[in-house]
Ligand binder design. Structure first.
Ligand code: SAH
Length: 482
């Protein structure tokens, strides 16, 4: 006998949602009691050809059999019952029998649901909210049925009954709408305008006549003009999707095309419209960055001119380090409509992660955002002055020279520093030390990009909050997040 693969076997993998077309397909239900009856009813409603295998069946099931709605296989389960089945539900009250059915079905590659036995099931039946053809399925993968049920109840209460009529109307008129608007873009704009208009409210108020008329008017009026394409430079923040702004989220959900940096995580990209085209335009080490930038410009132009809503998605803020300025200039020069949606820049995300007030008035009168690598030599003397905070980007490879230059120009060797790696992400790490000890600290801890360095008296706050360890050399005090 083949062991039934358990749904829990891949604990981290979510179930794949699936709406199955069972119309006219053979489904076997094993069991003759109340649970089996409920399953049979739902399957019949979906148009399945149900056969019921059980020695005895309860009266309601018997009636269905007598009325010819259901085929009865009388007796004990035998694998031959599975011969033509697409799907199996084991709903008897005997756990051992259910397992046997599940094993036999799985051995033949047939999906099987065992009532109240997640481990033996290869598919679940979700809690659902139904408005006619429109269905919302809720599943916790068996982990928290009560939570799923709660959610279902909330949706049930919130979604108007009239959604059923709306879905019905669209289904009825599908062919006409298709003929009137053969192109997908047009059709989508038509539906969007319809859904934003009076029609849903008329249906909700029970005014079927008014709704019908509104629909006919909309159909006669044609599709709204395609809006000219546009580009939004959007800041994705330091990584945690929770740190996106509402405006950024809206832009992602409206986007047709997303040109994103390499480091933008799936957590954020998952928030985007499902059918948005995602293009990784990240710069890679060893690549010609000017060529990559030229490609970004060309893609923005191409898609905006094709009337698409383009989101240029960058980590942090789109105009802080990176080439947002050049992108804006390019868009202006080519007459493309654009907007900028700011994001939480890495300095702010890292300061928050480390619990540091960058401009704490007791210790700093200013904060400077500094790129460790750049074409010009910075004014080290100015940067080395006390009572100011430096937030250094792209600095992991430059810590040695940075620390040296600042100390050489007069910044105290014991100036507090904090390094934040992957700020706001699950693998965030924070280290506190001193300016002189910084390179050794980063080496010892294997700090890697993306990391942000905060230099200045204000960083002492983080030193106190983080656990302090002694470095091998003994001359550097290292602190690491507990
Ligand atoms: N526009 C971005 C910065 C791009 S430069 C912003 O506003 O944040 C890339 C540098 O940003 C990285 O080398 C690193 O120094 C910093 N950075 C980006 N994300 C970070 C994060 N999650 N944690 C720490 N530093 C980060």
């Amino acid at each position: 006998m083949t062991a039934t693969p358990s749904i829990d076997a891949f604990a981290a993998a979510p179930l794949f949602p699936l709406f199955a077309d069972l119309h006219g397909r053979a489904v076997l239900v094993v069991g003759g009691g109340t649970v089996a009856r409920r399953k049979v009813e739902a399957l019949l409603e979906a148009g399945a050809q149900v056969s019921l295998g059980a020695p005895e069946v309860q009266p309601a099931l018997r009636q269905l059999i007598e009325r010819g709605r259901l085929q009865h296989r009388r007796g004990e389960f035998e694998p031959a019952w599975l011969d033509d089945a697409w799907l199996v539900v084991a709903a008897s009250n005997a756990a051992a029998l259910n397992r046997k059915v599940a094993d036999a079905a799985t051995a033949r590659g047939i999906f099987v649901n065992v009532v109240d036995d997640i481990d033996a099931s290869s598919f679940h039946v979700p809690a659902r909210v139904r408005r006619g053809r429109l269905q919302i399925a809720v599943s916790s993968g068996g982990a928290a049925p009560v939570l799923a049920r709660r959610l279902r109840e909330r949706l049930e209460a919130e979604l108007p009954e009239s959604l059923e009529n709306l879905a019905e109307l669209f289904a009825r008129e599908r062919a006409r709408i298709g003929r009137r608007f053969p192109r997908t873009g047009e059709r989508r704009r038509f539906f969007e305008r319809l859904l934003d208009g009076a029609l849903p409210k008329l249906l909700q108020a029970g005014d079927a006549e008014g709704a019908r008329a509104a629909f006919e008017r909309a159909l006669a009026a044609g599709a709204p003009e395609a809006k000219p394409g546009s580009v939004a430079l959007v800041g994705a923040g330091p990584g945690d999707p929770g740190l996106l702004t509402l405006k950024a989220l809206r832009a992602l959900q409206d986007a047709d095309v997303i040109l994103h940096d390499r480091l933008i995580g799936t957590g954020i990209l998952d928030m985007a419209r499902r059918d948005a085209e995602r293009i990784d335009v990240g710069k890679r080490v060893g690549e010609n960055h000017d060529a990559t930038q030229a490609r970004i410009h060309a893609l923005m132009l191409h898609h905006a001119r094709a009337s698409r809503r383009v989101v240029r998605l960058q980590g942090g803020d789109p105009l802080v380090f990176g080439r947002g300025g050049e992108e804006l200039e390019f868009l202006r020069a080519h007459g493309i409509a654009y907007s900028v949606i700011p994001g939480i820049t890495a300095a702010l995300g890292s300061a928050a992660a480390a619990g540091i007030a960058l401009t704490d008035r007791r210790h700093a009168h200013s904060v400077t955002l500094l790129a460790a690598r750049g074409s010009e030599t910075p004014d080290w003397r100015a940067l080395a002055a006390p009572h100011q905070t430096l937030a250094v980007y792209m600095g992991v490879g430059e810590l040695e020279s940075l620390s040296e230059s600042l100390i050489q120009h007069g910044r105290g060797a014991d100036t507090p520093c904090v390094l934040v790696e992957n700020a706001s992400l699950p693998d965030e790490r924070k280290f506190a030390g001193t300016l002189a000890g910084l390179p050794a600290l980063a080496r010892a801890q294997g700090v890697r990009a993306p990391a942000l360095l905060i230099v200045g008296e204000v960083a002492a706050q983080a030193q106190r909050a983080l656990r302090v360890e002694r470095c091998r050399g003994g001359d550097v005090s290292i602190a690491q997040a507990a």
